[in-house]
Design a protein around this ligand. Structure first.
Ligand code: EPZ
Length: 418
């Protein structure tokens, strides 16, 4: 298995860029099922999650053409409604395909997406919404079969502003009969990106970016082309890599408006942050100050940034407290950080991080995508050599990460592990 080998202790300085958003790409790839024609997408990141989603679309009968960052998807001859279990199990987010398949074929069959490394990840909110739209949902032997004669518009109140459930309802409602209203909808920028391309295809949607979204069903959607938004979590992660190593970074091709809570917290711990239209410049202090963080649904502080901040704050001056309010098991990376000399105690939803002067390189193991990024952060900070196992987790969500880090002066390479 491949491992990252990092010689830490170097300040990261230089210029790099954010790739297209993983969490906008996945629902947008699902949306290409609905127009029964050709969709051209630009800036889809070349990462494991998009690769597997494209594999599934091909298995379902779509024709895919990819050159560099342009992907052309022709879903005209798509003829399957069952998402293959093997791929389903590899990434959770394929449940988003269910809403689009249902929206087109009025049937979708998929295996229960197993829990993952950060929590149980139930899909009850998705299924209850489908039932309200007239779908018969049957679960047996780990498989879920959704079937209906016609999807009907409905009023759906989400108990929790679930990103995936909001996206799935939109995808199922776009060609339903009548109007669907979602209240307590998620407001993440990735949902706005999904709605933008759907409206370009002819969908009738309003309220995206607020907690009330209305979708009026239409009969047909048309072909379009679309540029995926920048990845705000990858961008925040790159900023933290510079901040945690006392460096400076000029980050291009970003959308600062999507990143306000992240930038505020970077300033709070002592960084100088300058925002341009699509660029961010950050200069770190010699040593960061401890801060408190509470993860919340957008526009609050994003849960996906929690672990990288945890790694960065492990050497801050003072004690930081992180409160994780979204997922129930998102602190597994902390035990790995403590092996590098961090002093982190977990108490319920809180991680209490007592800043230390230095971390020491060690052999550690990634536990999930964002937890892996936290270990990378710690390896860049630590004196000595850090080896990170299971880096395929990190490859799920960060495009060209090794090249980008080398471009900022990091001493990092990939080796075959023992
Ligand atoms: C999306 O996951 C993102 N994934 C996650 O990013 C992100 O952390 C999360 O939204 C929150 O922002 C993609 O967009 C592919 P949720 P999703 O439904 O849709 C509970 C990353 O690292 N819940 O908003 O699964 C759930 O258990 C990933 O890029 C239910 O109880 O998140 C969780 O506690 C990780 N029932 C909370 O809601 C449901 O039916 C938030 O989940 C659905 C969710």
């Amino acid at each position: 298995m491949k491992e990252y080998v990092i010689e830490g202790g170097k300040r990261l300085t230089g210029t790099t860029y954010a790739s297209g958003s993983k969490n906008a790409s996945l629902p947008i790839l699902a949306a290409t099922i609905l127009n029964e024609g050709t969709t051209k997408l630009y800036r889809v990141p070349k990462i494991r999650d998009t690769k597997i989603t494209l594999e599934i679309l091909e298995l379902l009968g779509c024709k895919i053409k990819r050159n560099n960052d342009k992907i052309e998807i022709n879903s005209k001859d798509m003829n399957q409604v069952e998402i293959p279990e093997e791929q389903m199990r590899q990434i959770r987010s394929t449940v988003i395909l269910a809403g689009a398949i249902l929206g087109r074929f009025k049937e979708a069959i998929f295996s229960y997406p197993g829990g993952c490394d950060i929590g149980a990840r139930p899909i009850d909110l998705h299924m209850n919404a489908f039932r309200k739209m007239g779908v018969n949902v049957r679960e047996e032997a780990g498989y879920i079969q959704c079937k209906c004669d016609q999807l009907k518009g409905a009023n759906i109140h989400l108990e929790f502003p679930s990103v995936g459930a909001t996206e799935n309802i939109i995808l199922a409602a776009v060609k339903a009969e009548g109007t669907t209203k979602i209240t307590n909808a998620a407001m993440e920028p990735e949902i706005i990106d999904l709605v933008k391309i759907l409206k370009q295809m002819g969908a009738k949607i309003s309220g995206e970016g607020t907690n009330e979204i209305e979708i009026i069903g239409v009969d047909q959607l048309k072909d379009t082309s679309y540029h995926i938004m920048p990845d705000r979590i990858e961008a925040g992660t790159l900023l933290c890599f510079a901040a945690g190593t006392g460096g400076t970074i000029q980050l291009k091709e970003v959308e600062p408006l999507h990143m306000i809570p992240i930038l505020e917290k970077l300033e709070e711990c002592g960084c100088m942050v300058k925002k341009e239209k699509h660029e961010i410049f950050l200069e770190a202090p010699r040593r960061l100050k401890a801060i408190d963080i509470k993860t919340m649904p957008y526009p609050g502080f994003p849960t996906d940034m929690q672990s990288v901040f945890g790694g960065m704050l492990s050497v801050a001056k003072g004690t930081s407290v992180i409160t994780e309010n979204i997922f129930e098991n998102r602190y597994r990376y902390c035990q790995e950080l403590n092996r590098m000399g961090a002093k982190i105690n977990i108490s319920g939803k809180n991680a209490i991080i007592k800043g230390v002067r230095r971390l020491s390189g060690a052999k550690v193991e990634a536990t999930d995508l964002r937890g892996g990024a936290s270990l990378l952060m710690a390896g860049l900070i630590a004196k000595g050599t850090t080896r990170i196992k299971k880096i395929e987790y990190i490859a799920r969500g960060y495009e060209n990460l090794e090249e980008k880090l080398k471009g900022l002066g990091a001493n990092i390479k990939i080796e075959e592990g023992e």
